[in-house]
Design a protein around this ligand. Sequence first.
Ligand SMILES: [Zn+2]
Length: 232
Amino acid sequence: MNRNRTVAFIYAHPDDETFGCSFWIRHIADEGGYPILLSATLGDAGKSGRLGEMNKEQLAVKREQELRNAAGILGLAEIEHLRLPDGKLKEVDPVKLRESIADFLRRHGADIVVTFPEDGISGHADHIVIHHAVNDVVFSGEVATVQKLYYNGIRPETNRSCMKMSGDQYWEMKRRALECHESQVFSIERAFGDIANFGAASFSPEYLVLVWERGEHFPKKTESTIYDDLNS
Ligand SMILES: [Zn+2]
């Protein structure tokens, strides 16, 4: 099977990729795929953890660097930022947002797209805006190279085609990638517990739900890889 495919992850903030999809990104990279990331904001409205006071500009620079460091560990081949206002994606022109996402997918010839599920995992409003924007782009079929869309999640879904990636061989890598997002230490500890005590049990498996495949929504099938049934 040809695994040399471009898999585009589209999220709202630097760290969303590490929180939700570390195992899958690393797995795709290890198997010879080409995982890339589009991050809509620089996360500069967030907090700076234990790093002391930072203004928005300083935090933006810091978070961009943190994402670069994490990307090296995850095996992300390329990262792009839309530099949209953090926490305010609802106020962004939805047509422009969709165009930016479509442009990213087109320029990279993405075969597969991964984004937030309906609830944005955490319910964050920016995550839900990205979820809908990616849906709109992919479902329209306007990016001809895109053959599949997946949502990433932290629970199995029994009524939908769903693949599980456990952290057995990846949890240590996820720990290191999370540690790169130094400014986000409080959200990391809220989600996964005390960083000093991270172990295999700190991280739930990561799931990918197949949402769309060449025009068909939620196809009922059992997949063993994200590359199943791709046209060449
Ligand atoms: Zn986020």
